[in-house]
Design a protein around this ligand. Sequence first.
Ligand SMILES: [Zn+2]
Length: 462
Amino acid sequence: MDILHTQLANIQRQLAFVATDPIDWKLYVQAFSWSVTLFESYLLLRQYPLYSKTEPPAALAGHFSPDVFKKSQNYGRDKAKFALVSGLVKQCLDSSMLQFGFYAWSWGAAGRLLALLGFGPEYEILQSIGFVFILFFLSSIPTLPLSVYGTFVLEEKHGFNKTTPGLFVADLFKGWALAFVLGAPFLAAFLYIFKWAGDRFVPWLMAFMIAFQLIMVVVYPTVIQPMFNKLSPLAPGELRSRVESLASRLKFPLKHLYEIDGSKRSSHSNAYFFGLPWSKHIVIFDTLIQQSRPDEVEAVLAHELGHWFYLHPTKMMAVSQLHIFTILALFPAFLHAPPLLRSFDFPKAVAAQPPTIVAFLLFQMILTPLEAVVSICMNAISRHFEYEADRFACELQTRLQAEDMKDMGDRLGRALITLHVKNLSTVWVDWLYSAYHHSHPTLTERLKGLEAFQAEREKKKL
Ligand SMILES: [Zn+2]
């Protein structure tokens, strides 16, 4: 532990200037957040002309009727326009909040609110919770119209929306209530660790974050998900026996097999698994079951079990721990830095002894460029995992000595095409746009991959 603390102290020494030099951090954050938004707009403009193509890529020509292809292009074009406008609107809002001292105002407002209730400034954690909720509400309300438009105009126009206004409002309130019930204790514990551990907070906070993530793995599907969707055991039949047999042959610890009423909100479709290492649950969207044949849904699950087999969720979690560690290791330099708060319009009295939550929030904003790079890397890793899981599905025949699985690759390909066609997903994708935004390879790339894995197996057999 001491080596860790010596190294952390070294990093802090390197960054000592943060606590002393009057740097215009606000200008820096404005410049970077605008750069990111403008870059994302540029990507959309690169992607936009592809929606005018009149033919699908050659590999997909047989699967898209001209009518469906046209619908998919129109949907993509509308989504791109919406993304461009909403991205710019959100950035304008964020940027004005930043420029006009909204963060400093919110901290003061939380303090005044607590004073009314009889709590003084010594209740820093309480004031921090108030501060975060004021920020959360006041910044989420202006973007509500965008989300209403996205659901009731955009998705509605293309036939995907199944959300009623009543459900939309109920979801919104449930989401807020949940954010409070989970967020407030989390935040309190998070801030308490800083107080309690002092400058040696890094390992403690890491342990806390990992524990929290593990608890969420159990709590999310059993408590939170059922608040929004209905999970019912998958009915006995061909699909159920196929999935159970596949799971047992792979020694996948399948505890429950659910069908989820994803169609309650949207007709987009999917499947996933979750749970602790010894007890896993598989969830299949009702829409996927309706749209594909049981042997094709089985292939989608074969791909999902590939993620499990290669420990992809665990690896992803390890990468994200490394990411969290880096952030925490850099943070101490920003924790006691009055000039940082001054540059974001906080009054001298608050800046002299920076509240942890304020310092952390401002520090997060400064990290925007780093976060953009991290997200590109995460997407690249995730795309690599997708290929690996596809390959796993293709190789099941050999792995399980199961003759009936020799066409798994074809089945997966057909299921992916159906998913794409039904979801009207975009088929022409600009490479840079895809590298930045997509955690999955494009359909054409995946079909090509499946073909290559298949060809490789044929060659091995000869
Ligand atoms: Zn996948």
